[in-house]
Structure formats: C-alpha cells, structure tokens
Design a protein around this ligand. Structure first.
Ligand code: CTP
Length: 392
C-alpha cells in the first residue's frame, strides 16, 4: 500500500478514523485525509494533519492551488480510497452520483478500489433505503465492510458500530491483495487433534491453529474458496471460510475426505495425534497406587492416504522435526506424495507451536531447501501461497 486517501464523514465513530490513519501509516502508506464538513464537527482536521503530516482537505474550493483540480490531483497514484466512517448521508450521495463536496466528488473520479465502512444507529442502518444504497455501492464495485453489532453511541444495542481500526486495516490489506487464487477450491487443516482417555482427559499437543488459520485467511484474501477443517482452538474462523470443527484424528480424517474430491489444493497444517488410547473409559478413571499404563493404537495418517489419491491436486504438508530435519522432511515428502513441505524446526526460538511467529524451511519436489527468516505467521502464510501459486 503506497498511497491511501482516507475519507472521514460526520459520524460519532470519526474519532476511530484517527487510529486507522495511524495504522495505515505504520503499514507504510502515505495517507491523505479528506473530511466532509460534518466530520469536522466530531474531530478536527488538525488531528489528522498532525498524524499524517499532510494537509487535510475539507473545502472543495478554498484550498485550490496550481493548475490541477484538487480532487484529481489527490487521486494521482492512489492505491486505495477508504471511507470510514461512512454515514447514511454520504453513502446516499455516492450511490446516486451526487458530488457536492470534495469527498463525494473524489469518489466519482476514483479509479482505484474503494472501501466503505458504514457506521450509524441500528435503525438507520437497517432502513431499507440505506440497505439499498449499500447494495448499489457494492454493485458499483465498492468493497463494503459490515458494521459490528454492539453498544452504539446512542446507547442502544444493535448492528451499526464501526469495526475496530485494526480490523478495518486488515480489510483494506485484503482488498489490495492479488486475487491469484480466485475460485481455487482449497482445503486447509489446522489446530491439534485430541484423543480422549475418559470424559475429562485427552492426549493432544500444544498447537493453537495459528498457522493453519493464517493460511485459510490468506487464501480467502486471495480469492480462494476455502474449507477449514479445524481441531479445537480458540481462534475465530476468518470471514468467508467454511469451517468444519472436529476433535479426534478419525473425525479429521472423515471431514478431510468428505471435501477432498472437489479440492484443487490441500494444505495440512494440523498437528495430528498419531496415536489414540486403545480404550476410552466411559467414566472418569480413578487414580490408584503404583504405575499406570495407557495402551495406544495407531491413528491413520491422513496425509499419507490423501497422497495415494492425489491426482492433479497440489498437496502441501507440514513437518515438525527436532533432529535430522531435512532428511526426515524429505522422507515425509516422498512417503506422502507431497508437492511442498514446510518444516518447523521446533528447536528454533520463535518457531512452532503457540507463537505468532515462525521460522521454517521449505522443500519442493526438486529437493531444494529454502531457509526462511523469522516471520509473522500471516506474512509466512502469504509467502507459502506465493510458492504454491507458481504450481497451480
Ligand atoms: N499428518 C496427518 N495424519 C497423521 C499425522 C500427520 O495428516 N496421522 C500430517 C500433518 O498434518 C503434517 C504432516 O502429516 O502435514 C507431517 O506431520 P508430522 O507430525 O511432522 O509427521 P508424522 O507423519 O506424524 O511423522 P513423525 O511422527 O514420524 O514425525
């Protein structure tokens, strides 16, 4: 994101736009703010000017200078226009092509993606004319971000609240992603599986699902049609993803195979339990003196079974290793018939389970190893997709 025009209209949530401006700048964007006259009743242009280091535009005529008309000038090399908060009034004008202030005029001249973040009282938001305008704007190519449900400034509960600036920031990033996975049916598995011993105990591992969820989100952002088979995690499914919850390896096996046929890409990021207790007690097991033994039965290897029926699908696996990393990973890749294997070196600091970062190596069919630096899992997810995109 290089240059962003942030449009702020006259709603109570206008103060949150200041935080959004800051996040956009932190993300590397040059931010230019345009306010409607009503917005200046809620927050001053000076706030945005101080945050962005750029002049803030409100009046269509007063600040004009030089040859070019200001709104056209502002749009030059602009990657994105974000209107947050967008009031019912501004959206109505935009939907009908009215250009009576700098922001609505700029909207008509914009050729880059436009994100709109409606924010208002719930009754206004639900009014059919507002809903019609939102549909119209979406039909004209605007990316509309749904408001959240919650307590509104007017004291009532309902949908209409402007989302957290961080979520708006993530939404804008997603809009600008290349849609290089458009329509690719993708299956991602994530999180740990759990194998019950009795009603209150299970065998599992420390996976939190972060890597798999990051991949599912990245795929959706890039236009894929994603099914996420998830073990028990505390994470929220990315918007637009078809999430299937499972607990045990056997449940994951069934859910994965149910969606395998139509999938073009499969990424198995789940930390699957290789064993399960041979017997599951129906009642809580009571402690007794002395040693206790748990007999384990082998679970089926999901990825191995997928590999046998691979066809022309792209199959990506993960490997968690602590020794002979590359040899083990290469063997796994061959045995499971994979196109790519992402190796977590569990002994590296910042890598592996339950941390937001990862340090991995990637091996493809040529056998060549690519060692990546410590990366944020979201960033890594996109990097892995860049590698996969070349294979599809
Ligand atoms: N996997 C799977 N089904 C299993 C075990 C693993 O689908 N029963 C998948 C994982 O999701 C991962 C890959 O296989 O993509 C490798 O998992 P890993 O735990 O590293 O290896 P294992 O195959 O279990 O081998 P080992 O335990 O010997 O390291």
């Amino acid at each position: 994101m290089k240059k962003v025009v942030l449009g702020v209209t006259g709603g109570v949530a206008a103060y949150k736009a200041a935080e959004l401006a800051r996040l956009l700048m932190r993300g590397g964007a040059e931010v230019h703010v345009i306010m409607t006259p009503a917005a200046t009743e809620f927050i001053t242009p000076l706030t945005f000017q101080a945050l962005t280091g750029n002049p803030v535009y409100v009046n269509m005529y007063a600040d004009r200078s030089g040859e070019k008309i200001q709104h056209i000038d502002l749009l030059e090399n602009t990657d994105l226009v974000v209107i947050a908060p967008a009031t019912a009034n501004t959206m109505a004008k935009m939907a009908s092509g009215l250009a009576d202030n700098l922001l609505t005029t700029l909207y008509l001249a914009a050729r880059c993606p436009v994100v709109i973040v409606p924010s208002m009282n719930v009754n206004m938001y639900e009014h059919s004319v507002v809903q019609d305008n939102i549909k119209k704007l979406a039909g004209h190519g605007c990316q509309v971000m749904d408001p959240e449900a919650g307590e509104l400034a007017c004291g009532v509960y309902g949908r209409g609240r402007m989302p957290d600036p961080l979520d708006i920031y993530a939404f804008t990033r997603a809009v600008l992603r290349p849609k290089d996975f458009a329509g690719v049916k993708s299956l991602v598995s994530a999180g740990p599986t759990r194998e019950p011993l009795d009603p209150v105990r299970f065998l599992s591992n420390p996976s939190t699902g972060l890597m798999g969820y990051a991949l599912a989100r990245a795929l959706t952002e890039r236009g894929a049609d994603v099914t996420l088979i998830s073990g028990q995690t505390h994470l929220q499914a990315p918007a637009g993803v078809n999430k299937v919850d499972v607990t045990t390896t056997e449940e994951m096996f069934d859910a994965v195979f149910e969606h395998y046929k139509e999938s073009r890409l499969v990424i198995k990021a789940a930390a699957v339990s290789d064993y399960r207790p041979l017997e599951v007690s129906e009642q809580k097991v009571k402690k007794s003196d002395g040693k206790s033994m748990i007999e384990l039965a082998r679970n089926r290897d999901i990825l191995f079974e997928l590999g046998k029926e691979k066809g022309d699908r792209v199959l990506v696996g993960f490997a968690a290793e602590t020794e002979d990393i590359f040899d083990n990973a290469r063997q796994k890749m061959d045995r499971k018939n994979l196109d790519l294997i992402v190796i977590n070196n569990l002994k590296e600091p910042g890598a592996g389970f339950a941390v937001p970062t990862n340090r991995v190596s990637i091996i493809d069919r040529s056998g060549e190893v690519e060692n990546l630096p410590l990366m944020d899992k979201e960033e890594l997810a996109h990097y892995i997709l860049d590698r996969i995109a070349r294979m599809l």
